[in-house]
Design a protein around this ligand. Sequence first.
Ligand code: SF4
Ligand code: SF4
Length: 368
Amino acid sequence: MKKIFLLALMVPAIFFCGCQNKNTNNAEEDTAPASDVYFTENISPEGVMQLFEYLKDNVQGNVGIKVHFGEDGNTYFVPATMVEPLCKALNATLVETNVAYKGRRAQTDTHIELARDHGFTFAPIDILDEGGELEIPIEGGKQFKTAYLGKNIEKYETIIYFTHFKGHGRSGFGGCIKNASMGMATPRGKKAMHSSDFPEVVASNCTACNACTYDCPVDAITITDKGPVIDREKCIGCGKCISTCPHGAIQPASDSLQTERFLEGLVEYAKAATQNHNNIYFNVVINLSPTCDCGGHPEAPFCGNIGILASMDIVAIEAAAHDLVDKATDSDDAFLKVNSVSGKHQIEYAEKLGMGNKKYNLINIDKK
Ligand code: SF4
Ligand code: SF4
């Protein structure tokens, strides 16, 4: 109801302000109204607060802000200072889940220690799976019927997904959908999403440089005189070795439907995480590395920083962020170009599952 009220308030502003853009990528005719996505080029804590002014009436109850604390060695994650004023203004808790691979983010105590080391010192931290696991049925799920999420998600009526929008080796791009899916799942849920995602080996290309064994987060790769061997019992399908190998000796599986299944699994988990909560979404489009913040040695950005987006619609904000990156790189699909994986099916499938609308009004608040 609040959302409807807010939209009603915004209509005159949208109509009379010449600063919004209509998404023109929607070839299909549909009757659903476009969703509002607010945008600023002011990449700062002040920019975040200015965007939040447009969405603040949607906050209810106890607030959790889902962030990514960054991996050891990674400097591309969204800095703590960006979310600090928002977190303090809402008296919110920073929320995260433990990961399924080795490192400090695998255990609650060391995960929190890493978060503090990365500057997230201004609010309580809740590692959601510390409280156990929640099994959520996924209505209409094709890949999964049940999602395994961190149990403490139940404590938050409003969840703000404060997301770093960037590339990802297996999903093309990672934005709010990935933050709500992989980011809210327990290690069991994360493994389930990656389960059909084992890479394939082209042994003749291997030069035994060992870069992949260094980067594999679960020590699943052994280099033998017959090339790399991947232990399927250990592999979590993260795809890091695919981006790491400089000689194409480890590649995505040739199953052409594998990426589609992976993307649909992500979307289904995101649906489960968001369906019983009041959600607000931010995409911070900076440090556009082809790879994600879970790697300690991300690849250099392929594009300059773009800005910050905020919306109540998870589908619209993903579509808008993707379009901005495409525009900045003069490309139809920037992530397909850098990762050889298109993540656009995330947007299509999320709309199909009724999670939002890929048609959007981009409202540039800098021009208001
Ligand atoms: S996909 Fe590659 S890097 Fe990731 S866990 Fe499996 S073998 Fe290791
Ligand atoms: S990174 Fe590639 S070339 Fe190097 S050891 Fe691994 S598979 Fe072989």
